[in-house]
Design a protein around this ligand. Structure first.
Ligand code: ADP
Ligand code: MG
Length: 160
């Protein structure tokens, strides 16, 4: 494991149901430490939002059933109970978690209006779907998770 609990080497896993992806996300989240940017790439329906349910739940910020797609709302915030982030962000368990989806954002102007950079003021975990659409100036370490359809209910998740 490297700093922030991110495995240094590329590794991949194939899940065979949404539940398995959520379970993998929970496990993956256990070692994560804020501040951290989690970039999710993969086609529509590849499981980015499903995986986020597991990560948010694993970080203790919300129950998985309360994590919904921010496709239209653009950004959801979990675990923000008034700024009780642990000192120095030493534990992600009490972290604020942002979950953004840039799929519907069409212009750089709209992207800037989101104000994602404002979130970098305090340690948090920011999970972004379709982050590759816009350049985000992020001072935090990042981890990329790639999701791929493998036919039926199978999905490959690659860390790296
Ligand atoms: P995205 O956010 O990438 O567009 P979603 O997570 O919203 O994708 O949707 C994935 C869909 O695929 C969900 O309906 C989910 O139930 C289904 N699904 C089937 N098998 C899997 C799997 N192994 N992992 C993740 N989702 C799966
Ligand atoms: Mg999604």
């Amino acid at each position: 494991m490297g700093e922030n609990g991110i495995a240094r080497d590329t590794k991949s896993v194939v899940t065979r149901s949404a539940e398995e992806t959520i379970a993998w996300g929970r496990e993956f989240a256990r070692g994560l430490r804020a501040p951290l940017l989690v970039l999710l790439t993969g086609d529509l329906g590849s499981g980015k939002t499903t995986l986020t349910k597991g990560i948010v739940a694993g970080l203790g910020a919300a129950d998985e059933e309360d994590v919904t797609s921010p496709t239209f709302t653009l950004v959801h915030v979990y675990g923000d109970d008034g700024g009780h982030v642990s000192a120095g962000g030493s534990s992600a368990a009490k972290s604020v978690v942002y979950h953004g989806d840039l799929y519907r954002i069409e212009s750089f102007h709209d992207f800037e209006t989101l104000g994602l950079e404002d979130a970098f003021a305090r340690p948090a975990v920011m999970i972004l779907e379709w982050s590759e659409k816009f350049p985000l100036q992020a001072p935090w370490p990042q981890v990329r998770l790639k999701l791929e359809h493998m036919g039926g209910d199978s999905r490959r998740i690659t860390v790296g």
